[in-house]
Write a protein that binds this ligand. Structure first.
Ligand code: NAI
Ligand code: OAA
Length: 271
């Protein structure tokens, strides 16, 4: 059975571990880690059937087949190269980190050298399948419009650097318009989805991102518009926020669960 290490025990990490613990995914939860010890304690309390070890990344990679990063873009630098050097596969949910072309190149080079896979789940959006198919021909434009409650944008570097008073926002307000390259750094906990979209489509420098704050919203909305030689499509998800982290949509955790289930499943159905 595949041995898994989960790095980051927050909203996504906890859901993933609970899905393994309940038997929904046929893998062994061997180890977990979080820089906040209490997060590992709280998570272990919620698990009924498994008792993972708490291991730092240097030890985790010695024992597992696959490391799942669900911590932060900063953690990707620590986790992904370490896992690949140890010949572990990796799943990374903080996809925005890969806007750094050096990290992207190091990651793909190491994965090739050690014959490993790096899995980047679809996360909180729908439509990457269509975009990947369409990418075999010319794509003219890809646009992501993300609309969230202002409180979900709190703490983002862009909000802090521009002194944006989120409490003063009373109606639908465009906060940011730019390319994915800038968006994933400006809002590292809000638009990792722009990175998956860029990697599946026309790249970080051509994928447009618009971020809208809307105090009337109770859901996280991501609308994607793609135009190309194939025609055009639009997808729109209205995501229920995770109860423990309003920045994160519940669908993102479900996407990590689904990706891990697919990796573990001996039967691969569909394209
Ligand atoms: N690809 C996608 O569609 C989505 C990606 N995300 C990203 O996934 C990641 C996890 O999201 P959540 O579980 O909602 O976050 P969270 O904030 O609820 O949990 C993250 C956990 O990781 C720990 N952590 C962070 N950096 C760490 C480090 N360097 N070393 C050790 N532990 C560290 C934190 O202490 C925290 O317990 C975030 O980077 C988030 O921005 C979130 C939603 C959607
Ligand atoms: O969960 C979401 O709605 C999207 C998100 O935070 C991200 O892509 O970083």
């Amino acid at each position: 059975m595949l041995k898994i290490g989960v790095f980051g025990c927050g909203a996504i990490g906890a859901e993933l571990c609970k899905a393994i613990d309940s038997g929904h995914i046929d893998v062994e939860l061997y180890a977990i880690y979080d820089r906040h010890e209490q997060a590992t304690v709280d998570l272990k309390d919620k698990l009924r059937n498994t008792d993972p070890k708490v291991l730092e990344i240097v030890d985790m990679v010695k024992h597992v087949d696959l490391v799942v990063e669900c911590a932060s873009q900063q953690a990707v630098y620590e986790v992904v190269p370490a896992a690949l050097h140890a010949k572990c596969d990796v799943m990374s949910i903080s996809v925005g980190a890969f806007a750094d072309q050096n990290l992207l190149k190091t990651t793909t080079d190491l994965a090739k050298e050690y014959n490993c896979k790096v899995y980047l789940p679809s996360g909180a959006i729908a439509g990457l399948d269509g975009l990947k198919s369409a990418s075999s021909t010319s794509i003219y434009s890809v646009t992501l419009t993300t609309e969230k409650h202002p409180r979900s944008l709190a703490g983002a570097p862009y909000i802090i650097q521009n002194n944006i008073d989120l409490d003063a926002i009373t109606g639908k307000t465009v906060i940011f318009e730019g390319m994915a390259t800038e968006a994933v750094k400006a809002f590292p906990a809000n638009v990792n989805v722009a990175a998956s979209l860029s990697l599946a489509g026309i790249g970080f420098d051509r994928t447009k991102v618009k971020i809208v704050a809307n105090p009337a919203l109770s859901r996280n909305i991501h609308e994607i518009n793609v135009e190309g030689e194939f025609g055009s499509f639009t997808t729109r998800v209205e995501n229920v926020p995770s109860p423990t982290n309003p920045k994160t949509s519940y669908l993102a955790a479900l996407s990590a669960i689904s990706t891990l289930k697919k990796i573990a499943d001996p039967l691969q159905v569909g394209t």
